[in-house]
Ligand binder design. Sequence first.
Ligand SMILES: Cc1cc2nc3c(=O)[nH]c(=O)nc-3n(C[C@H](O)[C@H](O)[C@H](O)COP(=O)(O)OP(=O)(O)OC[C@H]3O[C@@H](n4cnc5c(N)ncnc54)[C@H](O)[C@@H]3O)c2cc1C
Length: 333
Amino acid sequence: MDNLKIAVVGAGVVGATTAVELQKLFRNANVHIIADKFDIQTTSDVAAGVFRPGTSFAGPNEDITRKWIIDSYNYWDDIKNTREASKAGVAEISGYIFSSTHPGIVRNHYIEKLVPVYRAATEDELSLCPGNWKYGSFFTTLLTSCSLYLPWAYANFRNAGGRTIQKEIGSLSSFGAEYDVVVNCTGLGAKYLCNDYKLVPIRGQVLKVEAPWLKTFFYGDYDTYIVPGFDSVTLGGCRQYDSYDCAINRYDGLAIKERCETLVPSLRGAKIITQRVGLRPHRDPVRVEKDVHNRVKIVHNYGHGGYGVTTAPGTARYACSLVRELLLGNSKL
Ligand SMILES: Cc1cc2nc3c(=O)[nH]c(=O)nc-3n(C[C@H](O)[C@H](O)[C@H](O)COP(=O)(O)OP(=O)(O)OC[C@H]3O[C@@H](n4cnc5c(N)ncnc54)[C@H](O)[C@@H]3O)c2cc1C
């Protein structure tokens, strides 16, 4: 497959990872990343980046979903075990999830057997944080900070001969015969490009604060989370279904701050560096599929909701295998 030209539309964690994986699979291909937003402007850059797929995360079936999650974990873990780990923004992290409402909240059937440690919290640990917690788990997992990972991935991509092009795409079929395959990693942008009504934004807001003494993550009820990252601690959060509001909401910010400070009182007085808003591209199931539109061969890879950092590598590998099927012409569409 010489002189192969592949376009990846989208430069978030899904597009960047898919582009890098395509270069590994098709060594001589010309791969281009085309996007209107890069780096800090993407939703990916807002994410805390904890490897923790929600139990509602779904691919087309249970087997494929589990494979995506395992492949993803291995991808991030491989980076974590190299000298590049801190440059790539990947690290191991441990912490607690507490709940007073339901024992199921502190379990996670996708990762309990995948991560190095996932166990019930002891009685002593349940009283680590104020709140009279009834249920709790302690686990060790991975963290990917996209503010480091995206520039690192783009640099690797360019070093391997890839090109990045800043441009807004009005229609996937507008590519005509320019590329052999177009991979659609546009996150919420796919709602308009594909008229996909299943794709819904789930709005999230976070605060980034200075609290270098915190090394452990904490999750509590009502979407409360505290996640230490490379250069700040992320405080969250909220999940507002079908909200397109990208503005910072003062009341959301105050509520998040209060919930987090109640969970971990040492956060009181921590300096707020910034507040960010992102629209999670939620779709059930996540769409990783082949398609042909006006003779343009397309592989879709979007709709990762609140779990795109976690699952980008697994879906990227799956998307690459669909690209290969399309190129070999043995696809059933
Ligand atoms: C507050 C918050 C916290 C989160 N925390 C976590 C977490 O801890 N762990 C986790 O796994 N996930 C988390 N997520 C979810 C994660 O951020 C998303 O699942 C992920 O960023 C989706 O990546 P993406 O590449 O699909 O989309 P995006 O990052 O949105 O990238 C989409 C790309 O497509 C491009 N694009 C779109 N339309 C067009 C067009 N028409 N023409 C050209 N380019 C286009 C954009 O410019 C952009 O480059 C969180 C999200 C939020 C909001």
